[in-house]
Design a binder for this molecule. Structure first.
Ligand SMILES: [Zn+2]
Ligand SMILES: [Zn+2]
Length: 270
């Protein structure tokens, strides 16, 4: 098993040290993990994201010495809202020895709403607002997919984890099928992998990001490049629900998933 999306204490929302993550992954029989600490453009100065990603990669170098005979540890970054500052994004993409770049959208600014989805109280908004908010999120994902040199598109439909999962809003992805199809078509054309993010499984959300019906839509459009990401922020979540997820992907028709090494996809049989 290869987990292409994990975090350590070099992400500002995470206190997990890489050592513990490696030990947990080895215990679970995971063959490889990509360390993809956060660089969120809107908060990058405040969180000193550039320095922290350098530290993250230094930590990977040390962990490779300690655990390299038991597990492959890959150097990555999760770049969010990359389109907001292309020069800064270029600096991140130019980091040496990068194995994988995950592209994300974590915050969509609309009216007074200007924080991470995880920090917004969505209970007081009208359905109309929530729909236009989610539409704006999708347009920013499309912008990311078209313009930023990423390897993997992360957790597509991310705001629904909070809007639907936490605040029981009724956003239906089917109402956005055209926009979703446009995003999927762009990533297929640009050889960007679709991440199947398992962090919602076993949590209050209980859903994949994107939902499996979107993964089916991707398959139907010809998409075959998929990665698995636990998005673990604590060691016990590394490889979360991968065994059952692999079965579900097989039943959709996929025969392999991928991880990235030196920014090149490597196939793993499902
Ligand atoms: Zn993310
Ligand atoms: Zn993440």
């Amino acid at each position: 098993m290869y987990d292409s999306h994990t975090h350590t204490n070099n992400s500002d929302d995470c206190t997990q040290r890489l050592d513990g993550l490696c030990v947990s992954a080895i215990e679970k029989g995971i063959s490889g993990i990509s360390i993809t600490d956060h660089v969120d453009i809107p908060s990058s100065e405040k969180t000193k994201a550039y320095d922290r990603i350098l530290q993250s990669h230094k930590d990977v170098d040390e962990a490779r010495i300690k655990y390299g005979d038991k597990i492959t540890i890959l150097k990555g970054v999760e770049l969010a809202e990359g389109f907001l500052d292309k020069e800064y994004s270029k600096r991140i993409l130019a980091l040496p020895d990068l194995d994988v770049v995950i592209g994300s959208v974590h915050s969509t600014f609309m009216g007074e709403v200007n924080d991470f989805y995880s920090k917004i109280d969505f209970s007081d908004f009208t359905e109309e607002f929530l729909k236009s908010y989610f539409g704006k999120y999708l347009s920013e994902v499309l912008h990311t997919a078209k313009n930023i040199d990423i390897d993997i598109l992360a957790h597509l439909t991310c705001p629904l984890r909070y809007i639907n999962g936490k605040y029981h809003g009724g956003i239906n992805v089917n109402d956005f099928a055209d926009m979703v199809e446009e995003i999927l078509s762009v990533i297929i054309e640009r050889n960007i992998a679709l991440e199947v993010n398992t962090s919602g499984i076993g949590s209050f959300y209980g859903e994949y990001m994107p939902p499996l019906k979107v993964v089916e839509q991707y398959f139907a459009l010809g998409g075959r490049l998929i990665t698995l990401g636990s998005d673990a922020h604590i060691a016990k979540n590394v490889g979360n629900a991968f065994t059952e997820t692999k079965e579900k992907l097989k039943s959709i028709g996929f025969t392999e998933y991928h991880y990235y090494k030196k920014r090149t996809p490597v196939g793993v049989k499902l």
